[in-house]
Structure formats: C-alpha cells, structure tokens
Design a protein around this ligand. Structure first.
Ligand code: FES
Length: 78
C-alpha cells in the first residue's frame, strides 16, 4: 500500500518552465518540489513525467489532490 502524498501548499506552484521533460513530485517529500528528487523511494509513490513542447508558465499541483496531475485542477479549494 503506498503512503499518503504530503501536501506542500494549499495553492499551486506557478512557474515558467523551458521546453523539455520533467518529473513532478507526487509524494510531496522532494526538496526540489514541485519536481522529483528521488525522495519518493520506499513510499510506493512515483513521480508523474510530463513534457512541454514550448517554454510556458504552468501551475503545478502542490496540494496533491488534483485529478489532472501534474497540473492544478482547482481541487485545493474544495
Ligand atoms: S520525490 Fe516526490 S515523487 Fe519523487
């Protein structure tokens, strides 16, 4: 059974990312949050890999309740 993800905030992390591949931290334990640093090891949780074709500003989920990982879907307000 995987451990529970830890919320790191009750609002998304809004950040500009360059085009490329990223691994979003799904466990909430990364010191590089919102990106994975490998701290999920042993939790049964795994990062969500996503790719951006172009550089853009994104809202990455920090409450860990989104149904659209890695992006915020507004679930932090409910
Ligand atoms: S450190 Fe959280 S998913 Fe990898």
């Amino acid at each position: 059974m995987p451990e529970e993800p830890k919320a790191t905030d009750n609002k998304p992390v809004v950040t500009k990312l360059e085009a490329g591949k990223y691994a979003w931290c799904a466990c909430g334990r990364s010191s590089q949050h919102p990106l994975c640093d490998g701290s999920h090891s042993g939790t049964g949780l795994t990062p969500v890999v996503f790719e951006l074709e172009d550089s853009k500003t994104v809202a990455l989920c920090a409450c860990k309740k989104t149904n659209g990982a890695p992006f915020c879907d507004g679930s932090h307000s409910s």
